[in-house]
Design a protein around this ligand. Structure first.
Ligand code: THU
Length: 132
């Protein structure tokens, strides 16, 4: 399952619109109901409106009515060279905090389809939540 998601994340990165940073990112998000949502980073000439690959995937899923998630695979690298782990940024982690349990899997892959699995709880301990 993890390796398949990494392959999809690499596919997703092909649509990356990143003419300013040339840093391509792809994400493959798996819902509890086993639906797959792909996302890429989408940059903007005004910089601020840019969106990360992870949030693209989450917002696609959430706007489709999905609210429960199992795992996300992420690849990222300069010029689409996915050699190193690409950790989700703080803003994306905060979006995950809204929708993901502590055991949500964050799979960081590379171009050789190697990967390391983290849990959301490891990457954002003591996260802010308003609560019920
Ligand atoms: N980026 C992502 O898509 N996800 C991350 O978690 C980190 C950064 C994007 C934003 C920007 O388009 C490019 O990578 C360089 O920061």
């Amino acid at each position: 399952m993890e390796k398949e998601l990494v392959k999809y994340a690499i596919e997703a990165a092909k649509n990356s619109y990143s003419p300013y940073s040339n840093f391509r990112v792809g994400a493959a998000l798996l819902t509890e109901s086993n639906k797959l949502y792909l996302g890429c980073n989408i940059e903007n000439g005004a910089y601020g409106p840019s969106n990360c690959a992870e949030r693209t995937a989450f917002f696609k899923a959430i706007s489709d009515g999905e609210k429960r998630f199992k795992a996300i695979a992420i690849v990222g690298g300069k010029d689409g060279n996915f050699t190193d782990e690409c950790f989700p940024c703080g803003v994306c982690r905060q979006v995950m905090a809204e929708f993901c349990d502590k055991d949500f899997k964050i799979i960081l892959g590379n171009k050789n389809l190697e990967y390391k699995v983290y849990t959301f709880g490891e990457l954002l301990p003591h996260s802010f939540e308003l609560g019920e």
